[in-house]
Design a binder for this molecule. Structure first.
Ligand code: KIV
Ligand code: NA
Length: 278
């Protein structure tokens, strides 16, 4: 039903056509992203930060991911949807991991799952792929491990780190991942990985050599009350300020009895009311 699949994504890499991905967390964001023409939607566990108000992605649960993924799937019925497996849901037994994957696919209506990690989770990636579920890898800065990494640091700065990232990328490709997210990786290392792999890389803060780009919905649109500038983000709108202004005008107009106006009220001979919920 949707135009894109993992075979076409690999072909797009060969043809050097960039893949575009944005996160979405609910029906309207997904629908708007689809209408805007993105190739893929990520139901990211960044929803913990930008939608649920947590400081990290660590408190996000499988229930949160399933619930938001379902809403996204209703909004974007023709777009390839990838849903994050949240913190600690793919580090136990393969059976336990499979139960989480089943929920995201069957209840969350995703087309693929994303797992953070490199060579150390390659066996898990392989098992999920063998079950028929496409896996998007994610290396570089992996926010679920922020307490292990010791902060949100740029990855691939020295030779050893660069070599480790390259080995992780190869292990994920070998395990059957259809693409890999590179987060907060130096441009040079991300470009080298992208050239080495046959599968596409999708970068966030990983420079111009990646095969695609992904950004967080709320970053692209400045849709956050406490938005902070990030070097790797470009903002294309200031929705936060527009929302604040719109609500503020509404409040003022009610206080001043400007709203509702004559055009918003019903007389006894009113016939049709459009736009109601239910
Ligand atoms: O959760 C998320 O939004 C992500 C992207 C930053 C890749 O994982
Ligand atoms: Na994520």
């Amino acid at each position: 039903k949707h135009a894109l699949n993992i075979v076409k994504m690999k072909k797009m890499k060969q043809e050097q056509i960039p893949l575009t991905m944005i996160t979405a967390y609910d029906y309207p964001s997904a629908r708007l992203a689809e209408e805007a023409g993105v190739d893929l939607i990520l139901v990211g566990d960044s929803l913990g930060n930008v939608v649920l108000g947590y400081d990290t992605t660590i408190p996000v649960t499988i229930e949160d991911m399933v619930y938001h993924s379902r809403a996204v799937a209703r909004g974007a019925q023709h777009t390839f949807i990838v849903t994050d497996l949240p913190f600690m849901t793919y580090h136990g037994s393969i059976d336990e991991t499979m139960r989480q994957v089943r929920r995201v696919m069957q209840e969350g209506h995703a087309h693929a799952v994303k797992l953070e990690g490199g060579a150390e989770i390659a066996h898990t990636v392989q098992a999920v792929v063998q079950a028929g579920v496409p896996v998007l890898g994610h290396i570089g800065l992996t926010p679920q491990s922020v307490n292990q990494i010791g902060g949100y640091r740029i990855q691939g700065k020295d030779q050893a780190d660069a070599e480790r990232l390259m080995a992780d990328a190869k292990a994920l490709e070998q395990a059957g991942a259809f693409a890999i997210v590179l987060e907060l990786v130096t441009e040079q290392v991300a470009e080298a990985i992208s050239k080495e792999l046959a599968i596409p890389t999708i970068g966030i803060g990983a420079g111009r050599g990646c095969d695609g780009q992904v950004l967080v919905f709320h970053d692209v649109l400045k849709y956050a009350p406490d938005y902070r500038e990030k070097k790797f983000v470009k903002t294309y709108a200031d929705i936060g300020e527009q929302i604040r202004q719109g609500i503020s005008e509404y409040v003022n107009e009610v206080k001043k009895r400007v709203f509702p106006g004559e055009q918003h009220v019903f007389a006894a001979d009113e016939k049709v009311v459009d736009g109601l919920y239910g």
